[in-house]
Design a binder for this molecule. Structure first.
Ligand code: SF4
Length: 530
């Protein structure tokens, strides 16, 4: 019986029908259809054993679970529907994690702002902590520790800006400790203190210099959702709105990566995602991809998984070594896999925004080349069977109408590419965390047009992508495909009825001779911890 129980809400404790990308569906409110319909599509119930231990759990939680187990602490991840097995009772500490507790992150904040309803992740998070047995255990003194990528949402500063968060926390009897940052090392002593019933600091922010070294990061003990495993942490590009960039870049050696691939493969996981903020960049000490590092990584992943995807890649990395992508495709695409997906942070079509807020994103190219680079990268990816989800930010503090028009122009130039375009309202993070959230009531007509254009593009491309999305699956029934197609058609109809459908007024501009070459700039070096 573990003394330390870790959990998250139902939207996170799911394999999202075997498609990590469908997890985005948990960031919307339940709109018109009942919540159960969204659950079936986006966060079906995760299988558990008789102890309530999930078959797979979110990777970040597996890392913390492994850190505690390595330190001799009796900790386990438990499915949120099985917490009653441990509380009130043997569990002395409950640790919770989440990507977006209160729906404040993009894209939840965008969807909830537009639809004026709480997103599913927020609804489920609150429901999890309000369960009677959790409340009973709290009254009996069980400690509650919160962490994860969205721990900032429980910080005093956020509670000041969003008073209803404080009201919710008070209603569940408070939270003993909130930890922001990479807690792989710190969590061990913190949990020991909790088990000894000692005072816990209410809010801890771990500085980037406290980020663990590679050898201090534990290897997961049990399988992760959708075979996702990390290949490194941190990013050197320095975008002002991003919190990842404040941490040092570290790459895991292949042996460490293989150990985790084996953990998943041993229980029959056949497909998985390689996670880093730029997979193309694996093993590089600067912004130039290293073929001799990346290709062996992909070969290794394909030895253990039949299907391999990437979490993120940067446009500039791809365009620095475009031919390397076809070498990657030669390894990844085979008779078991016809394409792979990846998230790409495009953020804007405006070179001015790139210059003022994210100059590192384009390195080693010039900011003025950004829109061309994005279009060329989209073509490069599609040519190599990569279908990206491209994110855009709406409402950056320095954004002007001209910047938004340039982003719309870029979307128009991406119109025929197989991609999903995801506009997200600005959220104050990273170096911009003192700024204010962007909200729907601040939308200008031209920003509204951008949202409509991206929605139209997404719905138009979704039907094509869905066909391929499910094609490499043998275990997805025709009904699922038909269900998702029906859902997309339904949203498409609603969009047209509500005046939200917007097509480009001009045919996409074809870039004839982009002549994109990196500037002769010295390649910046960044600290890399092995
Ligand atoms: S490139 Fe991506 S991960 Fe890196 S700093 Fe910019 S937004 Fe963050």
């Amino acid at each position: 019986m573990p003394e330390v129980v870790m959990t998250c809400d139902w939207t996170m404790m799911s394999d999202h029908n075997g498609k990590e990308f469908l997890g985005f569906g948990t960031t919307t409110p339940a709109y018109i259809l009942p919540e159960r319909a969204y659950q079936r599509m986006f966060y079906p119930v995760m299988a558990t054993d008789e102890h309530g231990f999930p078959k797979m759990a979110p990777y970040g939680m597996r890392k913390i679970e492994a850190a505690l187990l390595d330190d001799g602490i009796d900790a386990r991840i438990v499915h949120p529907s099985h917490l009653d097995k441990y509380m009130p009772g043997p569990a002395k500490v409950l640790m919770i994690s989440g990507h977006d507790y209160f729906g404040l992150n993009p894209p939840s904040s965008t969807f909830s702002g537009v639809m004026k309803k709480e997103p599913l992740n927020c609804v489920n998070f609150k429901r999890m902590l309000r369960q009677p047995h959790v409340q009973a255990a709290r009254r009996q003194g069980m400690k509650l520790i919160a962490g994860g990528p969205c721990a900032w949402q429980l910080s005093p500063a956020t509670r000041m800006k969003v008073p209803w968060i404080g009201e919710f926390v008070d209603s569940i009897g408070g939270i003993d400790c909130v930890v922001e940052g990479e807690a792989d090392v710190y969590v061990r002593e913190l949990v020991r203190k909790a088990l000894r019933d000692e005072f816990l600091p209410p809010h801890v922010v771990l500085a980037p210099k406290e980020a663990p070294k590679v050898e201090q990061i534990s290897t997961i003990r049990y399988p992760s959702v959708n075979g996702l495993i990390e290949i490194g942490r941190g990013c050197c590009r320095g975008c002002s709105f991003c919190s990842v960039t404040t941490r040092p870049t570290r790459w895991y050696p292949l042996e460490k990566i293989e150990a985790e691939l084996k953990i998943n493969a041993a229980v029959g996981v056949k497909k998985g995602l390689l996670h880093s903020d730029d997979v193309y960049f694996y093993g590089s000490p600067n912004v130039m991809p290293k073929e001799e590092k990346l290709l062996p990584l992909l070969k290794l992943a394909k030895q253990h998984y039949a299907q391999v995807g990437w979490s993120h890649v940067a446009v500039a990395s791809l365009m620095t070594k475009p031919k390397l992508l076809s070498k990657c495709a030669e390894i990844i695409v085979d008779d078991k896999q016809s394409w792979w997906g990846v998230e790409v942070g495009v953020e804007t079509g405006s070179p001015r925004i790139i210059t003022t807020g994210m100059p590192g994103k384009v390195a080693p190219f010039k900011a003025s080349q950004w829109p061309e680079l994005v279009v060329q990268a989209a073509g490069l990816m599609n040519d190599n069977h990569v279908y990206p989800a491209c994110t855009f930010i709406v409402g950056l503090p320095q954004e002007t109408e001209d910047d938004v028009l340039k982003t719309i122009e870029l979307i128009d130039n991406l119109w025929d590419f197989k991609a999903i375009l995801v506009p997200m309202f600005f959220v104050p993070l990273g170096h911009l965390k003192s700024k204010d959230w962007f909200r729907k009531d601040r939308l200008s007509p031209v920003q509204e047009e951008l949202l409509k254009r991206a929605l139209t593009h997404g719905l138009r491309q979704s039907k094509t992508l869905l066909r391929e999305f499910f094609d490499w699956e043998t275990n997805h029934r025709v009904a699922y495909r038909a269900g998702f197609r029906g859902f997309v058609s339904f949203i498409q109809l609603l969009a047209k009825m509500n005046g939200l459908w917007s097509e480009p007024r001009h045919p996409p501009v074809k870039i004839q001779d982009p002549n994109l070459t990196p500037d002769r700039l010295p390649v910046p070096t960044i600290p890399v911890r092995e």
